[in-house]
Design a protein around this ligand. Structure first.
Ligand SMILES: [Zn+2]
Length: 173
């Protein structure tokens, strides 16, 4: 709740709820967030728990799926348009074998969320503001192709690092 107000004060338009260490949110809280989001006209996204590996051992995959479903259901209840997650790591598998396993689980996840009435996108995560990363070029390219959507920034200095690309984008747009 506090986060939503703070984001508005800063002049940002989108907030990602960080559930990296677990969702830990009641349905009632999710409903209150949904109301606040509507009042403030804010776009919401969620970050699913980090402990996810969709190409690991079977029990790991099952637990990962449960965490992703919980994040998706609660995110949908908050009114988030999407949630992101890190799908897993190769371990000893080839990248293509790992991709296939992840893709099958993603289809299953999408179905499971639809069955639970949650309408939001599950998206994979693209880190943006790595210090050596040419984020200005990326924003120029997004503007050139008239891309729509939200750029979410996950860095230790979140507020400043989210405002900087926003200022830059408004200058070029
Ligand atoms: Zn992430």
């Amino acid at each position: 709740m506090h986060g939503i107000r703070r984001v508005r004060e800063l002049g940002l338009e989108c907030l990602e709820m960080s559930w990296g260490n677990g969702v830990r949110m009641s349905g009632a809280t999710a409903d209150r967030i949904h109301e606040a989001r509507l009042e403030d006209g804010l776009e919401l996204a969620a970050h699913a728990p980090y402990y996810v590996n969709l190409c690991g051992a079977e029990d790991v995959v099952e637990r990962s799926m449960a965490r992703l479903i919980e994040a998706g259901v609660q995110g949908g209840r908050c009114g988030a348009a999407s949630f992101c997650f890190h799908p897993g790591w190769y371990g000893g598998q080839t990248p293509s074998a790992a991709r296939k396993r992840v893709a099958a689980r993603l289809r299953q996840l999408t179905r499971a969320l639809r069955d639970r009435g949650a309408s939001l996108d599950a998206r994979r995560h693209v880190p943006l503001l790595k210090s050596e990363f040419r984020w200005r070029d990326l924003l120029r390219a997004l503007h050139e192709v008239h891309a729509s959507g939200w750029v979410i920034c996950e860095t230790p200095a979140m507020e400043e690092d989210a405002l900087r690309p926003q200022r830059f984008y408004r200058r070029i747009a």
